[in-house]
Design a protein around this ligand. Structure first.
Ligand code: AMP
Ligand code: ZN
Length: 478
């Protein structure tokens, strides 16, 4: 199957061009490691994970590369203000190194809990200074960048004829200051920093020598160019990020990469994830609605319930997080697990082999067609629910759903096993119920069905229901 994706660059849903057996290169902008990742960030990385899983299920080799921004991301997109990392570390009274590692570790732990596969390559911006510097020097040499004394090396966007193509920017209509803060000496309003110089009195922790100054550091957009080219080559298939990255960060990545390599396009398909709101509002510190995974877990919700919730909204749509929606997702997820637990235990009914295979193939295809169609996961979930009800043998439905979980990443196998263990554990913790169940087994063995029924009712009064399973009878709480 070929995956079709909405490409921000062409503004169309189109097949991702993949050449034969070649590896599909995906570059995903990572986090800026100055604070704890929140559930909005996690939504974006869950959807990246789905993209990787769909491609792998389709049989492609995928290489996912991600950066960690630990230097150069300034508080303003106009290359002004403080470095987010320097500011964050100072507020915590820590070194930038300590702060960055702490939030990086936190981020990857949260990703693991969310069921996201670890990227094949993760590179910190501060670990690839040499490569970034080499590109900056090359851009200056080729006449794409100029020095603003005291500020740094700036990219001359008038030298890139298609600058702003990704965002559909009408560059000549941009007024100075409309998008980008004023910096004296800039030739064009959209020009941006390739390499910055430390300001007097700034006292940065992260500085390196460069041809433009002893104490300097890379501009934010350069790290993604260097890391992508190093690991995926000068041109590759897919680049992902949040929609906030379209007008500045990704636009400036393209300008630098294409000027440096002389090749176009830098990336074939640009995938952008929409944002998450909380109760209809933007997440912000002042509203106190920036939730992290611990906040979700503290309220008794599992990371898989959150993942299930993410899958119910298309990645290009804005998602509104509410606790009610999460509760509904948790319920749906639990029902799915209970259903699978039952399917894993019931004896197969008889059904013609041919009919069975045809039906299950058709459902599998429908599911995959949805997932490959611009990652339409809400539809894929709807088909999953059809499979649960389909006229297939239990073991068939069970196997098919578990196989499709390679795409969903909902950890169904582990959680079904856990569920079964918990329920069995509950049986032996209630001696009164256990005794009645034993008696019922004896009555049934003696073909005393009236007595067996009576005991079943007694168990019901205690809140238990009996289930006949492949591994014997068991009690479940009603
Ligand atoms: P940052 O650490 O701020 O660079 O953000 C990491 C990624 O998360 C970026 O791709 C952002 O676009 C994305 N992101 C940030 N806030 C949200 C949000 N509220 N909803 C969805 N994605 C977000
Ligand atoms: Zn990036």
């Amino acid at each position: 199957m070929t995956v079709q994706l909405y490409n921000t660059l062409s503004r169309k849903i189109e097949p991702v061009p993949i050449h034969g057996d070649a590896e599909v290169g995906i570059y995903a902008c990572g986090i800026t490691a100055y604070d704890y990742a929140h559930i909005g960030n996690l939504r974006r990385y869950v959807m990246d994970d789905i993209l990787v899983r769909v491609l792998r299920y389709d049989g492609y080799k995928v290489k996912l590369v991600q950066n960690v921004t630990d230097v150069g991301h300034l508080t303003s997109d106009g290359d002004e203000g403080e470095d987010k990392l320097e500011k964050g570390a100072r507020a915590l009274g820590e070194s930038v190194f300590t702060t960055a590692r702490k939030f990086e570790d936190y981020f990857y732990q949260a990703n693991e809990k969310m069921g996201n596969l670890r990227p094949d390559v993760v590179v910190r911006a501060s670990d690839c200074i040499e490569q970034q510097l080499a590109i900056a020097i090359d851009l200056e040499k080729k006449g794409f960048a100029y020095l603003i004394p005291g500020e740094g090396l700036y990219f001359d966007t008038s030298k890139s004829p298609d600058y702003g193509e990704l965002a559909g920017l009408q560059v000549d209509k941009l007024k100075e200051g409309a998008r980008i803060d004023k910096i004296a000496g800039k030739r064009n309003p959209t020009d941006f920093a390739v390499w910055k110089l430390e300001k007097p009195g700034e006292n940065r922790q992260m500085v390196w020598p460069s041809p433009w100054g002893e104490r300097s550091f890379p501009g934010w957009h350069l790290e993604c160019v260097a890391i992508a080219i190093n690991n995926l080559g000068e041109q590759f298939e897919i680049h992902t990020g949040g929609i906030d990255h379209i007008p500045v960060h990704h636009t400036n990545e393209i300008a630098q990469a294409q000027a440096h390599t002389g090749k176009k396009p830098f990336v074939q398909t640009w995938v952008h994830h929409n944002f998450m709101l909380v109760d209809g509002q933007k997440m912000s510190k002042s509203l106190g609605n920036i939730y992290r995974l611990e906040d979700i877990e503290a309220k008794g919700f599992s990371p898989m319930a959150l993942r299930y919730l993410f899958l119910t909204t298309h990645y290009q749509s804005e998602m509104n997080f509410t606790w009610d929606a999460l509760a509904a997702a948790q319920k749906a997820y639990r029902h799915l697990i209970m259903d699978l637990a039952r399917l894993s235990q019931e004896k197969p009914a008889s059904m013609a082999e041919e009919e069975k295979i045809n039906r299950s193939e058709k459902l599998r295809e429908q599911f995959l067609a949805a997932a490959n169609n611009n990652l339409n996961m809400p539809q894929a979930l709807a088909i999953l629910n059809e499979i649960r009800k389909a006229t297939l043998e239990d073991s068939e439905r069970y196997d098919l759903i578990l196989e499709l979980d390679n795409v969903l990443g909902l950890q169904l196998r582990q959680n079904v096993a856990k569920f079964l263990q918990t329920e069995i554990y509950e049986e032996i913790t209630d001696p009164a119920a256990e005794k009645l169940l034993q008696e019922r087994e004896t009555a049934r063995a003696q073909k005393d069905f009236a007595r067996a029924d009576q005991l079943r009712l007694q168990l019901a009064e205690l809140g238990y229901q009996i289930q006949d399973t492949a591994i014997g009878v068991k009690l479940v709480r009603k």
